[in-house]
Ligand binder design. Structure first.
Ligand code: NZQ
Ligand code: ZN
Length: 389
């Protein structure tokens, strides 16, 4: 097991009715909040009114940044930065999912910075200062509510890039599972896929002696696999929603990656898909992961055998391990399909026209590899995309 430093300072306020605490929590960090939200789900559900009332009652002034789209755009971030400077915003409150939270984080990076905010996403600038960010989460998925990173799309270049800093962890996040009852089934499934992906990016490692974090990973993965079908049948099952919501946070706050080398190849490949084709991040991962598993199993099947037996419940056959691994991947893919997720590019209307270009972008022009469980070069990435067709 490797050395590590782990610090996750986000205060989590979890449970029924907790959105009423948004105002008092925000007031501890600022007097004027930028309220960031998406395309209307929080207005429809009444959450917008509750949060605005809570901010008002706590004496926090509000400037609004509505209209965040999935795969959030840098142009809106720039608008948020300008509005924040104009109105003297000193705190950013995200009410929504990963796209909203990532936008809020990007605005918080950009306000105290003199240059263009995209500099943080193309390696030109390092974050030195940020406004504090708080969140009210409405979809368990990205884990941005306590992660130290964000992902923004430059709609002009189709680049979808990340930035990261320990300063980026929200100061508080409000998690009320009831707020997720209104999620369309497809978004619920995409979110669950993303939660599992964050865990699997860490689970698939060559690092030996990581029993504790392996078991934590297994617990999160099995919890999501058990509760996903429940909420698909019964969207207002509080307990199942609560299990998924908490899984999403602890799966991406860094805990399950402690002491191990992480992989992240699927996220790098998926960000090309959502950057070029604007598909939901979870749907992209549901396409890349089964293909990636089949590809890397050819050269490094060990952890996939463990995944098949301990996570998917396949009876391990040590005389025919390929069979065990194949069955595990098939079962995993079946769960995704049963939840309405695509597992092939063709189902998302994506052909092979940009495979070379995407693989080049993943590898910095073909000079780098991605991933650690099996390092992947440009031709490996093209092969994985072909398997996913
Ligand atoms: O825009 P509204 O109207 O709010 O609708 C949203 C949106 O259409 C809807 N939604 C959210 N909560 C809802 C709801 N609809 C009804 N009821 C509710 N309670 O869901 C749709 C998707 O929202 P989005 O925020 O895009 O989803 P998600 O949380 O999956 O975020 C995806 C983004 O996060 C990034 C992804 O790349 C993607 O851009 N990621 C961020 C990470 C991080 N910062 O740590 C890590 C992840 O790997 C991921 O890359
Ligand atoms: Zn993700």
């Amino acid at each position: 097991m490797r050395n590590f430093t782990f610090e996750c300072a986000t205060k989590i306020v979890f449970g029924k009715g907790t959105q009423a605490q948004a105002g008092p929590l925000a007031a501890a960090y600022g007097k004027h909040a930028l309220l960031v939200y998406g395309g209307g789900s929080i207005k429809k559900s009444g959450l917008y009114d509750e949060v605005v009332r809570s901010l008002h009652d706590a004496g926090v002034a509000v400037t609004e940044l509505p209209g965040v789209q999935a795969n959030p755009r840098v142009s809106l971030v720039r608008e948020g930065i300008a509005a924040s400077r104009r109105d003297g915003v000193d705190f950013v409150l995200a009410v929504g999912g990963g796209s909203v939270i990532d936008t809020a984080k990007a605005v918080a990076e950009g306000v105290p910075y003199d240059g263009d905010v995209w500099d943080f996403f193309c390696g030109k600038a390092k974050i030195e200062k940020m406004l504090p960010v708080g969140t009210v989460l409405t979809i368990p998925a990205a884990g941005s509510e306590s992660s130290d990173s964000n992902v923004i799309t430059n709609e002009e270049t189709h680049e979808k890039n990340g930035s990261a800093s320990p300063m980026m962890r929200p100061v508080f996040s409000i998690l009320n599972p009831e707020l997720t009852y209104t999620l369309p089934p497809y978004q619920t499934a995409c979110g669950c896929m993303d939660i599992m992906a964050h865990v699997m990016e860490r689970y698939f490692t060559n690092e030996p002696h990581v029993e504790l974090t392996d078991r934590l990973c297994t617990a999160i993965l099995r919890t999501v696999l058990n509760n996903l079908p429940v909420v698909m049948r019964q969207p207002d099952d509080y307990d199942a929603r609560a299990q998924i919501m908490w899984a999403g946070t602890i799966g991406q706050n860094g805990l399950v990656g402690t002491g191990r080398e992480e992989d992240w190849a699927n996220h790098v490949i998926e960000h090309q898909l959502s950057g070029f084709y604007d598909i939901a991040h979870g749907a992209g991962l549901s396409i890349t992961f089964p293909a990636w598993m089949r590809y890397v199993a050819q050269s490094n099947p060990g952890k996939l055998f463990q995944f098949s037996t301990e996570v998917l419940g396949v009876e391990g056959d040590h005389y025919n391990p390929e069979h065990t691994v194949r069955e595990g991947i098939d079962r995993f893919e079946r769960v995704l399909r049963d939840s309405g997720l695509p597992t092939h590019l063709s189902e998302a209307g994506i052909g092979d026209e940009r495979f070379e270009e995407m693989a080049l972008r993943c590898t910095g022009g073909g000079v780098r590899t991605i991933g650690a469980y099996v390092p992947l070069g440009k031709s490996d990435i093209v092969n994985i995309l072909r398997l996913a067709l």
